[in-house]
Structures are given as structure tokens and as C-alpha cells.
Design a protein around this ligand. Structure first.
Ligand code: SAM
Length: 239
């Protein structure tokens, strides 16, 4: 059975978008996953199918109505164990471990916001996870949903070739990945680190580990502290 992505959106034509190409596109054509956009508009009210209204308490912008989202969620009828996720800058930051959890399950139902967002009551009542792809504000949840789907689909069985294995990637062990080099060995006067040409697999692994640690410490102190704490814990358990 294929992994099923259902996307509730005011812009269904944005899907699968770039995910119809390359690895994800091939997997889509082969039936490894499916992408079903579901238009929120027909669930809108009145002659104009209005999906939004002004915010209680005043303020700028419009808010997508709870009853509209609720009707759309009922219409898609995804099994109960499929996570429902609202893409929002107010959400929990998306992590690789979340991506793995989604990819290991039957699929996801993603809700894309527009305007100021979605009435909070339907998010609570429908037990919808709130997920952010980063500390910046997009104009709509669709591009965020595409990011989440891309990250999930590449983890589905058979999507990545063996030469693109996810085992040693950034975040897989809590560190950012080491740097990569390919031919030519000398480019524009710049050499490849000598150890990588040595054929000594132990030395290469040690160099890569050290690079990963240094890069993580420099660029992501948050990940570095967490990794150090985990290492200490593992050492204490092993002792
Ligand atoms: N008023 C909202 C706030 O300040 O949190 C921002 C609304 S934004 C203009 C419209 C929609 O884009 C949001 O409802 C959400 O679906 C999506 N969006 C914007 N930034 C996002 C992010 N960093 N991660 C996930 N979704 C995002």
C-alpha cells in the first residue's frame, strides 16, 4: 500500500509541484506514494464560498474558519492513525525524527494556512499537530507542506538509491554531516584533504567524524550541546 499525502489547501494546483520531478516524481509515478490535494474552497460558505472571516478581537487580516476546515477534514476521511498536521510558524520546529515518524506511518494529512492562519478551535478539537519549517513567515502553508513531503518521501522504501542512503546524513546521529569532495583532486589550486585519497578507511571515518563534530559545534550550538549530553549519558550507561 502506498504512502498517502492529502493536502488541504486553497491552491490545489500547487501539488505535487516540484515533487512531480526527480526522485519524488519517479516514486509518485511508480505508486510508492500518492499526493491528493483537497480544495478548501468548496467547503466555504455562501455564494462566494467564503472560507475566512475577520478575527475576533480585531486586528489585521483574515482567519480561515473552523467550520470550513472541519468540513474539509471530514470529507477526506483519512484513517485515524494518519497524523493531521497544520503548517504554521507557531508550530513545533520540524525535525528529522518527526520526518522519520511520518515516513514510517501510512501517510499524512497536511493543512495549509493562508492569511493570518486558522481558527484555533478546530486545531484543538481535531487534535492537529502544529509544525513549523523555520523561524520565518511564508505567505502560505503550501511551500511548507512541500518541504515536509519532500523530506518524508525520500525516506520511503526504495526511493533513494543505495548510493544516496540516508544513514550517514545530517541529523541522523545528531550531528551535521562532514564536507564532501569529488574529482578533480585539485581544482583551481584547491586540494582535496589528503586523508580522503589515502584509502585508509579508519582514518577517513575518524576525519569525517571530527569534521562533523567541529561543524556542528561551530554552526549549531543547540545540536552540539544535545549531542554532548547524549554522549555523556551513553558513556555513563556503558560504565
Ligand atoms: N499570522 C501568522 C503568524 O504570525 O504566525 C502567519 C500567517 S502566514 C502569512 C500564512 C500561512 O503560511 C500560515 O497560516 C501557515 O500555514 C503558513 N506558514 C507561514 N510560515 C510558515 C512556517 N515557517 N512554517 C510553516 N508554515 C508556515
Amino acid at each position: 500500500m502506498s504512502w498517502q499525502a492529502t493536502v488541504l489547501t486553497l491552491f490545489p494546483e500547487m501539488f505535487p509541484g516540484p515533487l512531480g520531478l526527480s526522485l519524488a516524481g519517479r516514486a509518485l509515478n511508480e505508486g510508492t506514494w500518492s499526493c491528493t490535494p483537497h480544495d478548501l474552497r468548496p467547503h466555504g460558505l455562501g455564494r462566494h464560498r467564503a472560507v475566512d472571516d475577520t478575527p475576533f478581537g480585531g486586528g489585521a487580516g483574515m482567519v480561515i474558519r473552523a467550520d470550513v476546515v472541519d468540513a474539509a477534514l471530514s470529507a477526506v476521511q483519512a484513517p485515524a492513525d494518519v497524523p493531521r498536521v497544520f503548517m504554521t510558524p507557531r508550530g513545533r520546529p520540524l525535525r528529522q525524527r518527526d520526518v522519520s515518524r511520518y515516513a514510517e506511518g501510512p501517510g499524512v494529512v497536511l493543512l495549509c494556512g493562508r492569511f493570518e492562519g486558522v481558527d484555533e478551535r478546530v486545531l484543538q478539537a481535531r487534535n492537529i499537530e502544529q509544525v513549523s519549517i523555520g523561524d520565518y513567515v511564508l505567505s502560505g502553508g503550501e511551500t511548507a507542506a512541500l518541504v515536509l513531503l519532500d523530506a518524508c518521501v525520500r525516506l520511503l522504501p526504495g526511493v533513494m538509491g543505495s548510493d544516496e542512503s540516508g544513514v550517514e546524513e545530517s541529523f541522523s546521529d545528531g550531528l551535521l554531516e562532514y564536507p564532501h569532495y569529488t574529482r578533480p583532486a585539485v581544482w583551481d589550486g584547491h586540494d582535496v584533504p589528503e586523508v580522503l585519497l589515502s584509502g585508509n578507511h579508519g582514518a577517513i571515518a575518524a576525519w569525517r567524524q571530527k569534521q562533523a563534530e567541529e561543524i556542528t559545534r561551530e554552526r549549531r550550538p543547540d545540536l552540539w550541546s544535545a549531542w554532548l549530553a547524549r554522549r555523556e549519558e551513553n558513556e555513563a550507561t556503558a560504565a
